[in-house]
Design a protein around this ligand. Structure first.
Ligand code: DX5
Ligand code: ZN
Length: 226
């Protein structure tokens, strides 16, 4: 296995929405990407933030945005996030009728393209699509809410993806999202994940930047071949 240095992406879902710019600045120097969870109250029951907030945040920080769209009809909305300056735009496999076409649209709009796989979705049908993507987000909870408990069984999907990425020499980040914290990140890293979303574990900590550094150190140490 050849796993690149880990990416740590704090999720602002666990931040104080009344002080978003400040909360972003708290992790700016320590983290790699800022994970932005967009939920539409249709694809998932929860409702969070959308394009106007991403546009405002874009002006407030230089951090790369890792936008996670938990919405129906991503074909209609996803390219707007690329236009707003998102670094990576991830949409759900369950919501897309033509994932490869949408990945192409995102790349031509200047963003990386990400495919997300929810808890109850098997990964096998999507493995052959991975060459069209830059990131694969494997949910380690059921998408919709922060603060849920990590589901270790989801790591079978991470292992399958890692095998596929290595065998095909793909340049694809394998990202895990949900319940990632000091007591779960090592197993995810050992399974072959190389990008780690953490909401509660970062913004629930007294020192969010320190929490990010600690998570990164744990992931580095547990990475295959480390
Ligand atoms: C949930 C979101 C996650 C969420 C993770 O559907 O996709 O990004 O913020 O939160 P924690 O890290 O608290 O599980
Ligand atoms: Zn997310």
């Amino acid at each position: 296995m050849t796993v690149p240095p880990p990416i740590v992406a704090p999720s602002i879902l666990a931040a104080d929405f009344a002080r978003l710019a400040e909360e972003v600045r708290a992790v700016e120097d320590a983290a790699d990407w800022l994970h932005v969870d967009v939920m539409d109250n249709h694809f998932v029951p929860n409702l969070t933030i959308g394009l106007p907030v991403v546009q405002s945040l874009r002006a407030a920080t230089a951090m790369p945005f890792d936008v996670h769209l938990m919405i129906t009809d991503p074909r209609r909305w996803a390219p707007g996030y690329a236009d707003a300056g998102a670094y990576n735009v991830t949409f759900h496999a369950e919501a897309a009728d033509d994932p490869v076409a949408l990945a192409k649209d995102l790349r031509s709009a200047g963003a990386k393209a990400g495919l997300a796989i929810d808890r109850d979705t098997p990964i096998e049908p999507y493995l052959e699509l991975l060459p069209s993507f830059d990131t694969l987000l494997i949910m380690t909870i059921k998408a919709g809410f922060g603060g849920q408990r990590f589901i270790p069984q989801m790591l079978d999907k991470v292992r399958a993806a890692r095998r596929n990425v290595d065998a095909g020499h793909l340049e694809l980040r394998i990202e895990v999202d949900g319940g990632i914290a000091a007591d779960t990140i090592e197993q995810a890293a050992a399974a072959g994940a190389d990008a780690f979303v953490a909401g509660t574990a970062v913004y629930g900590a007294a020192d969010p930047a320190e929490a990010v550094r600690r998570l990164r150190a744990l992931a580095e140490r547990a990475a295959p071949g480390a």
